[in-house]
Design a protein around this ligand. Structure first.
Ligand SMILES: Nc1ncnc2c1ncn2[C@@H]1O[C@H](COP(=O)(O)OP(=O)(O)OP(=O)(O)O)[C@@H](O)[C@H]1O
Length: 771
C-alpha cells in the first residue's frame, strides 16, 4: 500500500523520519521499563506462593496453585524474546460516544460527529499495537494486544472505510531498538494535527516491505501487516464451522495460525481443551511451527501432520496414486470392519479346537460348533470388538453352565442362583478358561488387523463386493509393507489404523499414578519447571496429541486434500469442537472430490457454517501467477485465480533439458541460487523424489528437492519446476498438483522441460504452460 498525501524533499524526509523514529523509541523505552517492572512483580508472586508450602486448607492450596499458575504464565510470556514486541500504531479521531473499554481505549468505531471542521481535525487518541497488552502504572494502555478489539481498526481500516483511523503506522524494531516506520494515511483529504503539529507521513507502507523480504526455511508471522479480508477471518466468532476458501498465496495458512492465537486470547478457558492444527505434511509442520511461539502462544496448540495423528507415528511414505485412492476411499470402512470381525472370528488357541474345563470335579467341554455359535451371538452386539470381551466371557460361562446340566439340577431359583455363582467363580479362576479366553477373544490392536489384511485369501473375503479385484490386488501388495516385524506405514495407512482403533475400541485400564499436577498440564506452567525446559516443540506437540484424543477447536489446513478416511480420522478428534477449515479446491491432489466432500460434511456434521473467501495473492509476483493461471484454466476451467498484489518485472525462465536432466536441473538450480538471497525449491514428480536430492548434492542448504505432493503450502524465493508433464501425468489430479508446484515462488520461477514429454515450443515453453 502506498503512502497517501504529503511529499518531502529527501533531506527533510530524512529528518522527519529520524524524528518519528526517535518518538517511537521513546515510547518503546517506556514499554520495556514497564515490562521489567511486571517481570519483577511476577517473579515476586511466584516466589511468594512457592514459599507457602504449608497453606492449610484445600481452598488455600488451590488458591496458591492458581497464583503460581497465573504468575508463571505471565512471566513466561513476558520473558519471551520477541523480535518486534511493538509493531504498530494508529492515530485516531475522537470516538462517537467517548466511552472507553477495559484496556483504556475508546470503544467507538465511528468518529464523533464534530470530529472534523472545515477539513481539519485533531488526533484524540494514539494506540500502540504489540504482541501483548501492557498497561502503565495508571492503567492507561502503553501497548494494546493485537488481538484486542481496540486493535482491530489497525487491520481493518482502509481509505474507503477508515473509521476513526487517520494514520496507520507499522514500526520495525529489533529487540529494544526501533529501526524504521512505514505509514499509511487513510484520510488524505484532511489536514490533521497531533499535539498542534501537522501529522507526518513516512515511507511506502509496510505490506510491500514484508512481501519483498527473502524467505528462510521457516514461516514468519504477519502480525504487523494482516489485511482487512484476512482480519475478518482471524477474528470471526468461533461458533461452529468457519470455512475459508482462497487461491494459492492468499494467506490461508497464515490466517489459520493467527486465528489459533486469537481464539486462545479471546477465550483461554474454553480452549484449554486444546487446539489441533492438521497440516498435510511434516515439511509444512516444520515450516509453520515457529509462528505461534512468535505470537506468544504454543502451550495449548498441537500442530500435526496428517500422517502423524495416531500414536505419535510419523508416516512420511507416500502410496502411489492408485493405491492412495483405494486406501483413502470411504469404502475402506466396510473392509476394515469386516477385517476386524474376521480376525476375531478366526481367533482360537493353537492345536485344540474345543474348550475343556473342570467344574465341581466334572469335565465340561464345548466343541467347535458350540463355540462358533457363542461367538456369533457375541458379535451380534454393537459395541467395539475389544469391548465385547466381557460379553464373550459371560456367554461362554452361560454355555458351560448349560452344558454342565446345572440349570436342570436346581429348581429353587435362590439355590440355582447361588449354584451358578459358585460355578462361575470356580471356572473363571481356572487357567484353562482364562488362557482360552485370551486367545479365543484376544484384545486386538489396529496393527494386528492391518497385518492380517496382507493375507491374500483373507483380504479377498473381506473386500468382496466392496473393492474391485484389481483394487484388492493393489491394496494387498501395498499392505505387505505394513505387515511384519518392522512395518512401514504410509500416510494413508495412518487413517486406516485410526479407523480400526475406532472399530476395535480401547478397554478402560486402571490409571497409573499421576506424574504431574493436573493444573500444570492445563496451564502450560510446566514451561517454567526445571527439567522439562529441554522438551522440544515437536516433543511437546507429540505429548499433547497423545494426551488428548479430542480437542476444543480443530483447524484443518489444505482441507481440499483430506481423503474421506482422513476426514473420518480428523472428525473423531473434534466431535465436540468448533472448526476452522481452510483450503482451495483448485489445489486438490485427491482424485474424487465428491466423495471427499461427503466425508467432510459427515465430519463437520450439521453445525452451521460461515464462509469466507480470500482473494489476493501475497506470495507470487504477477509474472509467476500468470503462468500458473494457464494451468488453472486446464485444471479447473472457469475458476478465477487470486489477484497478485505485486510484480517484479522478472519473467519466468523456460529451458529444455539436454541429454542429462540431472545436469540441467543442477545448473539451473545453481543459477537461481545466485539470483536470490533466500531459498530455492526444486519440485519434481513424486517418483523422482529421491533421485532429485542427489542431483543437488553439495549446492548447500538454501536449496531443497521435493516431490510435488510435498510442496503443499510451502514457498521459496525461487522455484524450479521439473517437467510439468511428468508431474501432471502422475495422477488423475496431476494438473492441480502442477498448479500447486507453479505457485510456490515469491520471486523467480524456472521451468525445465523434457523434450520428449513436454512438447516445448521454440522458446522452450512446455505445451501445458502456453497461453
Ligand atoms: N497480510 C500479509 N502480510 C504479509 N505477508 C503476507 C500476508 N498475507 C500473506 N502473506 C504471506 O504470503 C505468503 C503466502 O501465505 P500462506 O502460505 O499463508 O498462503 P496460503 O493461502 O496458505 O497458500 P497455499 O494455498 O499456496 O498454501 C506467506 O509468505 C505469507 O507470510
Amino acid at each position: 500500500m502506498a503512502a497517501y498525501g504529503a511529499t518531502f524533499d529527501s533531506g527533510a524526509a530524512e529528518s522527519a523520519r529520524d524524528r518519528e523514529i526517535t518518538s517511537e523509541q521513546v515510547h518503546l523505552d517506556r514499554v520495556y521499563v514497564r515490562l521489567e517492572e511486571k517481570i519483577h512483580e511476577a517473579e515476586f508472586l511466584m516466589d511468594d506462593a512457592a514459599k507457602r508450602v504449608h497453606v492449610g486448607t484445600p481452598g488455600a492450596l488451590a488458591e496458591r496453585d492458581a497464583q503460581v499458575f497465573r504468575a508463571g504464565v505471565h512471566l513466561n510470556r513476558l520473558n519471551s524474546e520477541f523480535e518486534d514486541f511493538l509493531f504498530g500504531r494508529i492515530d485516531l479521531l475522537p470516538g462517537k460516544d467517548g466511552v472507553r473499554g477495559p484496556d483504556g481505549a475508546m470503544t467507538s468505531v465511528d468518529p464523533a460527529d464534530d470530529a472534523v471542521h472545515d477539513g481539519r481535525a485533531e488526533i484524540a487518541e494514539t494506540l500502540h499495537i504489540g504482541r501483548l497488552g501492557v498497561l502503565d502504572a495508571e492503567y492507561s494502555p502503553l501497548v494494546i494486544d493485537w488481538r484486542a478489539p481496540a486493535a482491530a481498526p489497525f487491520y481493518r481500516a482502509t481509505p474507503v472505510a477508515p473509521g476513526r483511523v487517520v494514520r496507520r503506522r507499522v514500526i520495525r524494531s529489533k529487540g529494544r531498538r526501533v529501526l524504521g516506520v512505514e505509514d499509511d494515511l487513510l484520510r488524505p483529504e484532511l489536514t490533521v494535527t497531533l499535539d498542534g503539529e501537522e501529522l507526518a507521513v513516512i515511507g511506502d507502507g509496510a505490506l510491500m516491505a514484508a512481501l519483498g523480504r527473502a524467505r528462510t526455511h521457516t514461516m514468519r508471522d504477519i502480525v504487523s501487516s494482516i489485511q482487512a479480508e484476512q482480519d475478518l477471518v482471524i477474528r470471526a466468532p468461533a461458533a461452529s464451522v468457519t470455512e475459508v476458501e482462497g487461491g494459492p498465496g492468499t494467506g490461508k495458512t497464515a490466517v489459520a495460525l493467527h486465528r489459533a492465537a486469537y481464539l486462545l486470547y479471546q477465550d483461554r478457558r474454553r480452549y484449554a481443551g486444546g487446539i489441533l492444527i492438521v497440516s498435510p505434511t511434516p515439511l509444512l509442520v516444520a515450516y509453520t511451527e515457529g509462528v505461534l511461539p512468535s505470537l506468544g502462544e504454543e502451550g495449548q496448540v498441537a500442530i500435526r501432520a496428517i500422517g502423524s495423528l495416531v500414536d505419535g507415528a510419523e508416516a512420511t511414505a507416500y502410496d502411489p496414486p492408485a493405491v492412495a485412492r483405494i486406501k483413502g476411499s470411504a469404502r475402506m470402512t466396510r473392509v476394515l470392519r469386516r477385517a476386524a470381525r474376521g480376525v476375531i472370528e478366526g481367533a482360537r488357541p493353537a492345536g485344540r479346537a474345543g474348550l475343556r474345563v473342570v467344574a465341581f470335579g466334572a469335565r465340561i467341554e464345548l466343541d467347535e460348533d458350540e463355540l462358533r455359535r457363542v461367538k456369533q451371538t457375541v458379535l451380534g452386539g454393537t459395541a467395539p470388538i475389544n469391548l465385547l470381551r466381557p460379553r464373550a466371557r459371560r456367554l461362554l460361562l452361560d454355555a458351560l453352565w448349560t452344558k454342565s446340566g446345572g440349570p436342570r439340577r436346581h429348581l429353587d431359583p435362590q439355590l440355582a442362583q447361588e449354584a451358578r455363582q459358585a460355578f462361575d467363580e470356580d471356572v473363571a479362576d481356572e487357567d484353562a478358561f482364562t488362557g482360552f479366553l485370551e486367545t479365543w477373544w484376544p484384545e486386538l490392536t489396529p496393527r494386528e488387523v492391518l497385518t492380517a489384511m496382507a493375507d491374500e485369501r483373507s483380504l479377498h473375503r473381506w473386500s468382496r463386493r466392496v473393492l474391485r479385484p484389481e483394487e484388492i490386488r493393489r491394496l494387498r501388495r501395498s499392505l505387505t509393507r505394513a505387515a511384519g516385524d518392522a512395518p512401514v506405514y504410509s500416510v494413508h495407512d495412518v487413517a486406516l489404523l485410526d479407523e480400526l482403533q475406532a472399530v476395535l475400541g480401547t478397554p478402560a485400564r486402571p490409571r497409573g499414578p499421576r506424574v504431574a499436577d493436573p493444573l500444570d498440564q492445563l496451564t502450560g506452567l510446566e514451561e517454567l519447571m526445571p527439567g522439562q525446559a529441554a522438551e522440544s516443540r515437536r516433543e511437546r506437540a507429540e505429548r499433547l496429541a497423545e494426551e488428548r484424543r479430542e480437542y476444543a477447536h480443530v483447524i484443518v489446513d489444505e482441507a481440499q486434500d483430506l481423503t474421506p478416511m482422513q476426514w473420518r480420522m480428523v472428525g473423531r478428534r473434534g466431535r465436540h469442537a468448533t472448526w476452522t477449515v481452510v483450503g482451495d479446491a483448485a489445489q486438490s491432489s485427491w482424485s474424487d472430490p465428491e466423495e471427499a466432500a461427503e466425508a467432510r460434511t459427515e465430519a463437520l456434521g450439521s453445525r452451521p457454517r460461515r464462509r469466507f473467501e480470500l482473494t489476493v495473492n501475497y506470495r507470487n509476483p504477477a509474472e509467476v501467477a500468470d503462468i500458473a493461471s494457464r494451468v488453472l484454466a486446464l485444471a479447473m476451467p472457469g475458476k478465477t485465480p487470486p489477484t497478485a498484489v505485486r510484480s517484479t518485472g522478472l519473467a519466468p525462465r523456460f529451458t529444455v533439458a539436454g541429454d542429462s536432466l540431472a545436469d540441467t536441473v543442477r545448473a539451473e538450480a545453481g543459477r537461481l541460487l545466485a539470483e536470490v538471497d533466500g531459498t530455492v525449491g526444486v519440485v519434481v514428480a513424486m517418483a523422482r523424489r529421491e533421485e532429485a536430492a542427489g542431483w543437488l548434492a553439495g549446492l548447500g542448504e538454501r536449496v531443497v528437492a521435493l516431490g510435488s505432493l510435498e510442496a503443499k503450502g510451502l514457498e521459496y524465493d525461487a522455484t524450479l519446476v521439473v517437467s510439468p508433464a511428468e508431474i501432471a501425468d502422475e495422477s488423475p489430479a496431476g494438473l492441480r498438483v502442477l498448479y500447486v508446484a507453479l505457485t510456490r515462488a515469491t520471486q523467480r520461477l524456472t521451468v525445465v522441460s523434457r523434450a520428449d514429454l513436454d512438447v516445448p515450443d521454440g522458446d522452450g515453453v512446455a505445451d501445458l504452460l502456453r497461453p
